[in-house]
Design a binder for this molecule. Sequence first.
Ligand SMILES: Nc1ncnc2c1ncn2[C@@H]1O[C@H](COP(=O)(O)OP(=O)(O)OP(=O)(O)O)[C@@H](O)[C@H]1O
Length: 271
Amino acid sequence: MQLRQDSHTVPPPAPAAGPLLSVRKLRVRFGGITALDDVSFDVARGQIAGLIGPNGAGKTTLFNCLSRLYAYEQGAITFDGQPLEKLPRHRMAALGMGRTFQNLALFASMSVLDNIKVGQHARTRKGFLAHALRLPGVAAEEEACSQRAAELVRFLGLEQVARKPVADLPFGTRKRVELGRALASAPTLLLLDEPAAGLNHEEVGALGDLIRAIRDQFQLTVLLVEHHMGLVMSVSDHVVALNFGRRIAEGTPAEVQRDPEVIQAYLGAEA
Ligand SMILES: Nc1ncnc2c1ncn2[C@@H]1O[C@H](COP(=O)(O)OP(=O)(O)OP(=O)(O)O)[C@@H](O)[C@H]1O
């Protein structure tokens, strides 16, 4: 199905050239622990990129740097040609970065539809005061938000539960709602933090199809942190592997899977 884009929610067209995301020589330390050490990689526009590594490798730290939740002591991140460190944290969603979290971050007592609508907040133009005073344009903006949320609900197959509180839903369904909320901000880069965690085998299979459908439908770029190797390797165009905060390999899924350092990192992790 085709999602309608409206004048209030459309992101500015991305310049065609250069990677969408560029991470350069990133270093993050927590006391004596170096969580990221000189990490560099690019994510090309339209790509599904997988970020893998054993526990403690630095994946979440990297995501938190992208969301500006963590500060980095060295290095640079460029998103859509803009240096991230110059931008305030609250502008990340408006800039075109949408994110899901390892531990679901939804409003449990609110309905599916309302949770998805919350995600559009960053894209609305009219401020709090305009809404409170019902200034001209507010009604049109609200209508556009409702329509987009309803279209996302349909796209994600959530029609049957759209008006139910999120707390009443199974875990796998709640994860879809979180995806819907991240998509509601019309991101150009979607950051997925362990979307397969807690899902059963069938749900993981469906998730792979859904991630590809999302990329194609919304023409966005995906960066995926995931422990489920089957999912990462089947869905990713490009994979970056971290271990102990360092980038140990990068390439196609096949290249990374046969990289000796990657094999050693995972065998070592299991030993
Ligand atoms: N806020 C923090 N304070 C102190 N140390 C931290 C903090 N966040 C992460 N670390 C440490 O940084 C290192 C990297 O952790 P991180 O959570 O980024 O790894 P990860 O690859 O996401 O692991 P997992 O797969 O288990 O989620 C670990 O040694 C971790 O203990």
